[in-house]
Every structure is written in structure tokens, then in C-alpha cells.
Design a protein around this ligand. Structure first.
Ligand SMILES: Nc1nc2c(ncn2[C@@H]2O[C@H](COP(=O)(O)OP(=O)(O)OP(=O)(O)O)[C@@H](O)[C@H]2O)c(=O)[nH]1
Ligand SMILES: [Mg+2]
Length: 472
């Protein structure tokens, strides 16, 4: 009897030990899945992933902070969902809230608004088509990681350490309206080393990887051929005439850098597409699809949301330089270009129209191509970045207008945007409702007298969005 009791006790002890081991194994597995999930969004983009982290030119301050900050509690980016190592959410079990609700999203057809908490669901994430309109499947799937492939793309911001809180606001909006579902990387560039606060705050807000680069001196200084005395006199004269930023040296370095160097910083060489974001901008509507993928699939190279006339005092001889370039490099001028956007007399004079470059989604390989580099270097030799105050907006716009076919320039009506003092609020009430916009349509600049956007529509023979007549 005693022997029988001892055997039962042994069985119980053995069973308890076995259950304990089982419990430990299953807990461990759960932990591993969880950490996979939260690390995966910080990997490189799907297409042409860079082999390794690249330091900036001259071995300056390029660094990657995502790995050094513990982000495994979520990033504060909406639902905190990350994508897998391929940049897309895994179908099935690892993306929270993406269990099985195909029928649910089907049943939402016709409505533009999913109930709060509706889980996103896609079975074939890698191949999923983009929903471009409310009638397309998946339009309402605004929770969780977005389906579909990722482009080799990054956000890019030039900023000073003192811009940290203004860029934080911009990032928050870009993440909430778009990137929390896509987890694209973000490259920050500065002529000085970024400080820890800047890195900590921005890394905590971006759902993709963050990279920080210090701009090499030769990209942020006077080229040798510039006559310093002449440049100084220009600044003094512009200060007297109260031309905005007319007396600023750093603003001129900024404009020259954005015109000719940002796209060839070592960190940017890892990418094919960029979306430029400045401090204190606003995004007023949800971005329902991937603008990078839209650009790639529709063969676009450059895009804009706002256009206007440049302040002539800052570019008196810019067009002379452009004409010199056209004469010297006729082979770079595209057939079917947008000269009609830039000039009212077939190229004799510049009408000052330009795309506002504080917002840009564009192709980096185009900017790194020989035609663009020849264009920039030709302008740079003429010295107008310092002898006048040429902005990167007219420089990029004239390049896009002359070196690209006109179909390669895209207007994003559905990306609602503000940079002081102008607003692009999508035309058409239904569009604004579908996109859940919070901008005041009365502030939309597109059809006002000082905008060049009508001209863009005219030369491309495009129909203006419904509702534009009421806004004009
Ligand atoms: N690192 C660095 N960034 C700068 C400097 N000056 C401007 N920037 C950045 O360059 C971009 C354009 O500068 P802004 O001052 O916004 O110029 P702007 O848009 O023409 O003028 P605002 O109306 O003042 O916005 C922004 O992203 C700035 O943060 C500078 O001296 N150093
Ligand atoms: Mg700005």
C-alpha cells in the first residue's frame, strides 16, 4: 500500500514537472514571436535592401538610432503594428488585428468609413493591389500594416537641432495619416551633428528606421569660384531691400544643398524614392495608398501639391542660366516637356511658375542622373545661389519641367498639405469626406490667382477635379 502511494506521488511529481516544462517552452515561444514582430518593422525596405548601414561621406556623423532605442513597446504610432522583414505584414497570425475578416471588409463596400477597431485583413499581402478610390477593395482597411510591396523609399528631412519640436509635429502627422501603416525609413540631414534629444525624439516618433547624417563641408560652403566680396554686397543690398532671407548665408547654403546635394548624401544612396518633409507642416487627410508605389507604377519622377510664382527679386538671372544650359546641353531636354508650365513665350522668358519643393515625392535616380547633375552644375557655376538667392524650388521645378516628359510630373490632389502660408486642401467635398480631411476648403490655394496649378492642368490637358469651379 505504502509502495502504491509512493508510486502515485511519483506520478504526480513527474506530471507537475512535465507541465512546468511545457509552460516554460510555450512562454518562450510567445516571447520570441513578440520580439520578431516588434523588430521586423525596423528592417530595410523590400526592394534592393542596402547591404549594410552606410556612413556619410567623409565618415561624418551618419548613424542609425532605431537599434539603440528600445521600441518594443510600440512607437506611439497609432496601433503600433510593425511589418515583417520584407516590409509587409505577415498574413495570418503575427500582425495583431489581422485575423480573418475578408468578409468584413467586403461587407463594408459602399461605405467610406470602417467602424472603429475593424481589423485589416488581406490574404495575399505581397501582391495586393492598391486601393486608389473608395470603390476599390481594401480602401477601408486603415488599421494595421498596409498590404502590398514596399518601394525602396525614405522620408528625408533637412533640419537643425533647434527644429526638433517643429519636425516632431510634422512626423506625428505623417505617421498618423500614412506611415504608421507602411513603416518607411526616415533620413535626417544636418550641417552640424544631431544632438541626442533630436535623435531620441524623432526616433521615438518614426515607425520605420531612422538615420542621421552630417553633411560634408564641401556641400555646405562657398565653392571656390564664388567671389566673397560680391556675394557679401548682394546680401547687404538684399537686407536693405528687405528681401526675405536676402541677408542669410545659411539659407543660401540650404537652397544650394537641396538643389544639388541632398540626393547624393551617402545615406540617400540606399534609396530610389524620397518624400521631403519640413518642420511645422500639416497633413490634413488620410493617405489611403502608397504614394511611392503610385509614382513607381505610373512612371512618375516628380510630384507636387502646391505651385506658385517665385519672388522675382531672388532669381533675376536664373532663366539666363537655364537658357545657357539648354544651348549647351540640347540632348538633355526631354521631348514632350513642360515648357508651357514655365514659359508663356516658348522659352524666351520665365513666367516664375514653380512647384513648391518643401513637399516633394520624387525619384532619386532621376536627380542623380547625368542630365540633372549637368543642369545643377551649370547653374552652380553661374553663381546665382550666392550672387542672387536662387531657391531650390525653382531649380527643381525648371529641371523637372525641361528634363522630364510632362506625364512624369504628378499632382497629388489627395495629399492635403500646409506649409506656412499656403494650404492644399483637396478639391471636391466627397473627396474630402472619403479622405477624412480636417482642412477648410476655403483655404485651398490651387485655383487662386497666385497659384500655377491651373496651368499644370492646362498643359497636361487634364480635367480639373470636380468642384474646382465653385472654389475659383
Ligand atoms: N541643418 C540645417 N537645416 C536648415 C538650415 N536652414 C534651413 N534648414 C532646413 O531647411 C529646410 C528649409 O528651410 P526653411 O527655413 O523651412 O525655409 P523655407 O521653407 O523657405 O522658409 P519658412 O517659411 O521659414 O519655412 C527646413 O527643413 C529647415 O529645417 C540650416 O542652417 N541648417
Ligand atoms: Mg520651411
Amino acid at each position: 500500500m505504502a509502495a502504491g502511494n509512493a508510486r502515485i506521488v511519483r506520478y504526480i511529481v513527474f506530471a507537475a514537472f512535465f507541465l512546468g516544462v511545457l509552460y516554460l517552452i510555450s512562454n518562450n515561444q510567445g516571447y520570441r514571436l513578440q520580439s520578431d514582430l516588434y523588430n521586423v518593422g525596423k528592417t530595410q525596405p523590400v526592394t534592393n535592401p542596402p547591404e549594410k548601414e552606410q556612413p556619410i561621406i567623409n565618415g561624418g556623423g551618419g548613424s542609425t538610432w532605431s537599434e539603440t532605442l528600445d521600441k518594443s513597446g510600440g512607437t506611439g504610432s497609432g496601433d503600433g503594428v510593425k511589418s515583417d522583414g520584407n516590409g509587409v505584414g505577415k498574413s495570418g497570425s503575427t500582425v495583431p488585428g489581422s485575423s480573418t475578416s475578408n468578409s468584413e471588409s467586403d461587407s463594408m463596400k459602399g461605405s467610406t468609413r470602417p467602424p472603429p477597431g475593424t481589423p485589416k485583413q488581406q490574404t495575399d499581402l505581397g501582391e495586393a493591389a492598391m486601393a486608389l478610390t473608395p470603390n476599390d477593395h481594401g480602401w477601408n482597411d486603415m488599421l494595421g500594416t498596409a498590404p502590398g510591396p514596399r518601394m525602396n523609399a525614405t522620408f528625408v528631412t533637412l533640419a537643425r537641432n533647434s527644429d526638433v519640436w517643429d519636425i516632431a509635429r510634422s512626423i506625428r502627422q505623417v505617421e498618423d495619416r500614412f506611415n504608421r501603416r507602411y513603416n518607411y525609413d526616415w533620413v535626417f540631414l544636418n550641417d552640424k551633428p544631431f544632438d541626442d534629444t533630436f535623435k531620441k525624439v524623432t526616433t521615438s516618433l518614426v515607425s520605420g528606421k531612422t538615420h542621421y547624417g552630417e553633411i560634408p563641408h564641401e556641400h555646405w560652403s562657398f565653392p571656390e569660384h564664388i567671389d566673397q566680396d560680391k556675394a557679401k554686397k548682394v546680401r547687404e543690398d538684399m537686407a536693405q531691400r528687405k528681401i526675405i532671407y536676402g541677408d542669410s548665408i545659411s539659407y543660401r547654403h540650404m537652397c544650394r544643398f537641396e538643389s544639388g546635394f541632398f540626393f547624393r548624401q551617402e545615406l540617400m544612396m540606399n534609396y530610389e524614392w524620397y518624400w521631403r518633409v519640413e518642420p511645422s507642416i500639416e497633413l490634413f487627410c488620410d493617405v489611403h495608398y502608397d504614394p511611392f508605389r503610385y509614382m513607381a507604377e505610373h512612371k512618375k519622377k516628380y510630384s507636387f501639391v502646391l505651385s506658385l510664382y517665385e519672388y522675382v527679386e531672388t532669381i533675376p538671372t536664373l532663366w539666363d542660366s537655364v537658357k545657357k544650359f539648354m544651348k549647351n546641353y540640347p540632348e538633355h531636354i526631354a521631348d514632350g516637356n513642360s515648357m508651357g508650365f514655365l514659359s508663356d513665350d516658348g522659352g524666351e522668358t520665365y513666367n516664375k511658375c514653380h512647384f513648391w519643393s518643401n513637399f516633394e515625392v520624387g525619384n532619386l535616380e532621376w536627380l542623380r542622373s547625368q542630365p540633372y547633375i549637368d543642369f545643377f552644375e551649370s547653374l552652380d557655376q553661374d553663381g546665382g545661389f550666392f550672387y542672387e538667392r536662387w531657391g531650390d524650388a525653382p531649380v527643381h521645378s525648371i529641371a523637372a519641367g525641361l528634363l522630364l516628359k510632362k506625364e512624369e510630373i504628378h499632382f497629388f490632389n489627395d495629399i492635403a498639405y500646409y506649409h506656412v502660408p499656403f494650404t492644399h486642401c483637396p478639391t471636391g467635398e466627397q473627396t474630402r469626406i472619403d479622405l477624412r480631411c480636417h482642412c477648410n476648403p476655403k483655404e485651398n490655394f490651387d485655383w487662386k490667382g497666385y497659384s500655377c496649378t491651373s496651368r499644370y492642368f492646362d498643359i497636361n490637358k487634364l480635367d480639373k477635379p470636380q468642384g474646382h469651379i465653385e472654389e475659383e
